[in-house]
Each structure stands twice: as structure tokens, then as C-alpha cells.
Design a protein around this ligand. Structure first.
Ligand code: SF4
Length: 709
């Protein structure tokens, strides 16, 4: 139950914030959300299932709502609040603006910190190795760094030593190429944190501050990384946390990506061969009887592994015309990849319904078993070497390269093992099968990339998070599809009537008064060949509706073709995505608007989410086509196939809800503040001509509608 004391703290804080904010008007949507979140987390609705999913329209003030709804309760019950976001932009807003403001003005005394993934920090040990120019240095790197890279690495080492850099990539001012960072970033397996020399490690120092914080700001990947380890390994334990999952509509995809695995066969053959030497070298260095057995066993099991990997390679190579033969086309002329081939840079073959040949399945079983054994042996050798260093039986400088090498191998064996596990697994008859596919890597190094991924992750989320956590708030401005939580509920693994709460809170904006949605008469549907010409002909008229325009396209080629044609026709000041950086486009656009000049941005899907052009910076939004996406990745194809197999319609159950979300996001670019005004023009007549069109229109905010069809 929510005690009177917590209620009083929340009320008092909300009032205090109001007193400190200019033009603050208490919003009933916001106070409603605060109360619903606090009641859910306190267990008032369901004492075991303290989970609420919220769609909070733009301008509701959801970050203040979830902070006030959770932090006072967490402090009282000695729990932590973990706020997870999908984007860096939101993380920065929370850490640099929202949480400092709340702490300063609410009267609530709490500490917060940003928790980043290990790979955002430099490893002091690797940095010192990389800057060591002696011959034995840098062996973990593919190549010795170039002179200019070495200078960068030395500058980093000096800044770290002088205490002017905290060791995280985000605060390094200069541009840092990824290949340099990769060489010196922290990774869990090569970490020697048990050694006294590593007490000043930037990553571990940052983790220590985490213990003192009441509120941790994290991202979805870090959350998933912790949950994969069982929870409570990187972050506090789930039963000690209230999770606030903002931008929650991204969570299912992040979870799916996290559970997939990929391995190149020849690549694996190379490093498994090398691993036998690693085991041998560790055994020789440790010189104890205990290391002989795992090193011999490692060599034996690596041999078994190599035999099977070669068999797999030969099998695919011999059947390559079957898997990667001529591309086939369906009756409409579209490339088919469903048990056929898609001609990309690497050729791709997806196993229909995830079913692989029995021969491959048998090898997958053997590979799972031998990779598991190898993993156990290399772990044992790693531990023996680490113990020998701690006992001063082996000198650190001799052990370090081998520990790093063994760490690398552990990581790779884990990945290898999880891939083959997904290949040997027999899919549950009632559940969705795993997506399994192979890509042929062409070129000098002819190889095959094997991949597997679950297509549904809901049940995993239930096991890893929902059933374990103390409480969770899932929120976003676009979480519903077609006015329903159903699509998200299934994706996220929440069950019907499981006690979870759902709330949708409308934006306080006056959509009807401030914006008009126009669906003008168009002769052609976007699939027609003449549609682009019709766009070229009609766009100038729609662009004249406002001085600050954003035109959203669904393909690059169409955007470029229209831009070229319009530029030829007139001197239209069009800023086209891809011609300059996003930042440059936005700055130029704002400058033009500030000078009261006309400005037009042409962009594709990535400009329809997260682009913030308030007030006069956007008054005329034109959406050329409904943002349907055709399933292109093997996982999406497998998902569509699974729905079809069960007699469903993937278009209606996947594409239409996803399009609904994207259309809401795209139209959300127009009104960013309560006083913003403007016009949205939707040039896709299917919202009128198709049956699903009405559903799509009805799920948009209540703009004043003008339908000319
Ligand atoms: S403790 Fe680990 S991450 Fe930190 S410097 Fe040492 S090896 Fe690198």
C-alpha cells in the first residue's frame, strides 16, 4: 500500500516543482500518471505483479511523472530505480536536465548516476599494452597501430594518468575511430580486476559510484546484458529494483538482437586451431600438474570441434548451388528468400520454418557438446593462471597476454556454443521456431556465416524480468498500435489478465485547433509507377502551405528523384538527407527559419523519429507514403512465415500495427509544444481506399481532418 507519508512527499514535491517552474500549470494527465505509477509500484493493484504499461502522448511530462511516481517510494522501501532508455538523446536529457532539476527543486534528497556499458570505458591495462612499443606488446590486436593512432593512444594514456580524462569514450573530446577504441575498450573476459595493479581502473571506479546512487540511468542493451547474466550481476538484483523502461517500444527488438548468435565457419576454424596453442602455453607457464589435464583435454576437444566444423563447411560448400543457386522470383517479380536466395553482397539462405537438414542437426549436437567442453577447459586454465599470478608463482607481465588471449577465447566459445545450441534445438511444436539462416561470404576469404535468432522474445522477458522484478513501468509516446496495447503486450511477453496495468494518457495539446490533417485527392497509389511523377507535379502546391516544411519519403531513390526534379523546376531551398549530416541539415534549416526564410527538409524514415523541430521550425509536414516496411531481414521473414503457417495474416497482424506506430511517430514531428500549429498532408490515398486505412487514421491524434477523396 502507498503510505500517507509517501503520498505527502509526492504531493509536496510536485508543488515545490511548480513553484520553481515558470509558467507551470499543474496538468491532470501528469498527476494522474504519477498516482497510477506510485499505486502500481506500491502493489495496490496487484501485490505480486507491479507492472504498468503507459502510452503518454507528447507534452504529458512523463519523465517527471515516472520520477515522482517511483523515487519517493523507492527511497522509502530502500529499492533502486533503474531508468532505461533506447536513445542517447533521452539519456542525456535525464542526466543533464530532468534529474538535476528534480533533485534541486523537489526537496527529495536522492543521488543518481549514468551507468554505461563496460565497452564505453577504456581498459587501463590494454591502453598501456597498446602504447608499449616493445616487440612483445600488442599481441591481442590484429595489427600494430599506425604512428598517428599510437599518438592518439598515448594522448589518452597521458590524459588518464593526469586525471583530466575519466576513461569513458563519451568524454573523449577528439574523434576516436572505432578500430582504435576496439583495441583498448574494456571487455569482461580479459579483465584482470583481481590484481592490485588494477585498482585505478576507470570502469570499476565508475561501478563503485553506482552503489551509492538511488537512481541509475541505463540503456536497454545494458539492461538486457544484466538480465542475460541472470540479473543482479551488473545492475542491482531485479527484486531490488523498480525498472522504468522509457522508449519501451524498442525493448522487444533489443531483446531479440541480444539473443541471436552468428559464427563464420572458417573464422572459427582459425581461432579454434590457435586455441590449442593457448592452452599449451598456459599449461607450460603455470607448470602445475593441475593444468596438464585441462590443456590436453582442450586440445582433444578442439580437434573434435575442428573435424565437425570442417564437415559443416564442406557440406554447405557441396550443396552451395542448392542453397545459393540462381535467385528465384515470385509471380510478381519480387525476389524470394523463403527457402530461396536473396542476392545481396553476401548471398543468404534462410531455412524454411527454421527446419535444418538432419545431417546438420547431428553435427550441431556434436558441436554444442564439444564447444561446451572446450569452454570448461579454457575457463579452468584461465582460473589456474589467474591463481598462479595471485600466488606470485607466475610473473604478471608473462601472464597478462595469455590471460587476455584466454579471455578472448572464452568469449568466442560462448558465442559458438550458443549458436550451435540454437541449431541443435528442436523447436517446440506450439511455439514460434527459431530463425536460422546462412550467408555466403564471397571474395578472397570464401566463408559461410551461420546465424540463429528467436523470433519471439516475450516468454524470455517474462522469465528474465517481469516475473523477477520488484516493479516495472513501461512507457513511450507511441506504444499502442491501432489504439490497442495488444501488439506491444504480445511482443513484450505480458499476458492477458496477468495483473499488469495499462494506461493511455492523451497529450494535453489541442490537436483539433492547432493542426489540420489533409488527405488530398491523389490519382495514383504509391505502388503505381506514375506516383513519383504525381509527387513532382503536386508537391510545390503543398510546400507552399508553410514556410518550414518537412517532407518524409519511404525510399531514398524516390526522395532523390523528387528533389532533383523540384530543384530543376525552381530554386527550392531543399535540404536533402544524406547530402549533409543530420546536424548540419537541422542547423541550416533553423538558421533559415530564424531569418524568416522558406526552408524545406527532405528525409526518410530516420527523420520521422526523434527529430525535434518546435514552433516555427516546422509548420508544414508532408508524408508521401504510409510507412509500411516489407519484411527484409531473415528474422522478420521467419516471423511472417510463422504467422502464415498458423493461418494468420502477417500483413494485418504485423505490418499494419507497425505502420500505425510509425505513422503516429511521423505525425508527432509537427506539434512539439502546446502552442505549436501547422498542417500535415498525407499523400497516400490508401488511408481512404483500403479497409485498414480508417484504422490507421483513427489511431492518429484528433487533428482536424480534411479528406478530399
Ligand atoms: S581492471 Fe580490467 S578493465 Fe580495468 S584496467 Fe584492469 S583489466 Fe582493464
Amino acid at each position: 500500500m502507498l503510505t500517507d507519508k509517501v503520498k505527502e512527499v509526492i504531493r509536496h514535491s510536485y508543488k515545490a516543482i511548480g513553484n520553481n517552474l515558470e509558467n507551470f500549470t499543474p496538468r491532470k494527465q501528469q498527476t494522474f500518471l504519477i498516482a497510477e505509477i506510485a499505486k502500481t509500484l506500491a502493489g495496490e493493484y496487484d501485490k505480486d505483479r507491479k507492472i504498468i504499461t503507459i502510452e503518454a502522448g507528447t507534452g504529458t511530462g512523463k519523465s517527471l511523472a515516472y520520477s515522482l511516481g517511483s523515487i519517493p517510494l523507492a527511497l522509502m522501501r530502500q529499492k533502486k530505480v533503474c531508468i532505461s532508455t533506447a536513445t542517447v538523446a533521452l539519456q542525456e536529457q535525464l542526466v543533464d536536465k530532468d534529474l538535476p532539476f528534480l533533485r534541486e527543486h523537489s526537496g527529495i534528497n536522492f543521488q543518481f548516476t549514468l551507468v554505461k556499458g563496460r565497452q564505453r570505458y577504456v581498459c587501463r591495462q590494454k591502453l598501456s599494452q597498446a602504447t608499449d612499443e616493445s616487440p612483445q606488446a600488442g599481441f591481442t590486436f590484429a595489427e600494430k597501430p599506425k604512428a598517428s593512432d599510437l599518438n592518439t593512444l598515448k594522448a589518452m594514456a597521458k590524459a588518464l594518468k593526469d586525471g583530466v580524462w575519466q576513461g569513458d569514450i563519451d568524454s573523449w573530446k577528439e574523434h576516436l575511430p572505432h578500430y582504435i577504441w576496439q583495441q583498448v575498450q574494456c571487455d569482461k573476459h580479459s579483465c584482470l580486476k583481481h590484481l592490485a595493479e588494477h585498482t585505478h581502473c576507470p570502469f570499476h571506479k565508475a561501478r563503485e559510484t553506482m552503489d551509492l546512487a538511488d537512481v541509475l540511468v541505463i540503456n536497454h542493451s545494458l539492461l538486457l546484458a544484466d538480465l542475460e547474466l541472470g540479473g543482479g550481476r551488473i545492475l542491482p538484483a531485479p527484486d531490488e529494483c523498480y525498472y522504468i523502461i522509457d522508449e519501451a517500444h524498442h525493448l522487444p527488438k533489443v531483446a531479440r538482437d541480444f539473443s541471436s548468435a552468428s559464427v563464420t565457419i572458417k573464422g572459427a576454424i582459425d581461432w579454434v586451431t590457435k586455441c590449442q596453442e593457448t592452452g599449451d602455453k598456459i599449461a607450460k607457464l603455470v607448470k602445475s600438474q593441475a593444468s596438464i589435464s585441462p590443456s590436453i583435454k582442450l586440445a582433444d576437444d578442439c580437434q573434435d570441434l575442428l573435424v565437425d566444423l570442417r564437415k559443416v563447411f564442406t557440406f554447405i560448400d557441396n550443396n552451395s548451388s542448392l542453397y545459393f543457386g540462381q535467385e528465384q522470383q515470385d509471380k510478381n517479380g519480387f525476389s524470394k528468400t523463403n527457402s530461396k536466395v536473396k542476392d545481396k553482397e553476401e548471398k543468404l539462405y534462410r531455412f524454411e520454418n527454421g527446419v535444418i537438414p538432419q545431417t546438420l542437426k547431428n553435427w550441431a549436437e556434436d558441436l554444442t557438446s564439444s564447444s561446451k567442453k572446450c569452454l570448461a577447459h579454457i575457463n579452468k586454465l584461465y582460473k589456474l593462471l589467474m591463481d598462479a599470478v595471485k600466488e606470485n608463482e607466475v610473473q604478471l607481465y608473462l601472464a597478462e597476454p595469455l590471460l587476455a588471449e584466454a579471455g578472448f577465447m572464452i568469449q568466442r566459445f560462448e558465442n559458438l556454443n550458443s549458436l550451435w545450441q540454437m541449431y541443435e534445438k528442436t523447436d517446440h511444436e506450439k511455439g514460434a521456431p527459431l530463425a536460422r539462416w546462412i550467408e555466403m561470404i564471397k571474395g578472397k576469404r570464401h566463408d559461410y556465416l551461420f546465424s540463429a535468432s528467436p523470433i519471439e522474445v516475450g516468454f524470455m522477458m517474462e522469465d528474465m524480468l517481469w516475473s523477477k522484478c520488484e516493479g516495472a513501468v513501461l512507457c513511450s509516446a507511441t506504444i499502442m498500435a491501432l489504439n490497442s496495447f495488444e501488439h506491444f503486450r504480445k511482443q513484450a511477453g505480458l499476458s492477458v489478465n496477468d495483473g499488469s496495468q495499462y494506461q493511455s494518457v492523451a497529450s494535453p495539446f489541442d490537436y483539433k485547433r492547432n493542426a489540420q490533417l489533409l488527405v488530398p485527392k491523389m490519382t495514383y497509389e504509391p505502388s503505381a509507377g506514375q506516383f513519383t511523377d504525381e509527387l513532382i507535379e503536386k508537391l510545390p502546391k503543398f510546400l507552399a502551405q508553410g514556410r518550414a516544411s518537412l517532407v518524409l519519403f519511404s525510399s531514398y531513390w524516390q526522395m532523390e528523384k523528387v528533389a532533383d526534379a523540384l530543384r530543376e523546376k525552381s530554386k527550392s531551398p531543399i535540404l536533402v538527407q544524406g547530402e549533409h549530416s543530420r546536424q548540419h541539415i537541422i542547423e541550416t534549416h533553423k538558421n533559415r527559419c530564424d531569418k524568416d526564410q522558406e526552408s524545406i527538409i527532405f528525409g526518410t524514415q530516420s527523420f520521422s523519429e526523434g527529430l525535434d523541430l518546435p514552433g516555427k521550425y516546422l509548420t508544414n509536414l508532408i508524408i508521401t507514403k504510409l510507412p509500411f516496411s516489407v519484411p527484409t531481414s531473415p528474422v522478420e521473414e521467419a516471423q511472417a512465415e510463422f504467422i502464415t503457417t498458423r493461418g494468420g495474416n502477417p500483413f494485418m497482424s504485423l505490418s499494419v500495427p507497425e505502420t500505425s506506430k510509425k505513422l503516429i511517430q511521423a505525425s508527432g514531428r509537427l506539434l512539439r509544444n502546446e502552442r505549436d500549429e501547422g498542417m500535415i498532408t498525407l499523400l497516400d490515398r490508401r488511408v481512404v481506399s483500403k479497409r485498414y486505412g480508417k484504422q490507421l487514421l483513427d489511431s492518429l491524434p484528433p487533428f482536424e481532418r480534411v479528406i478530399e477523396h
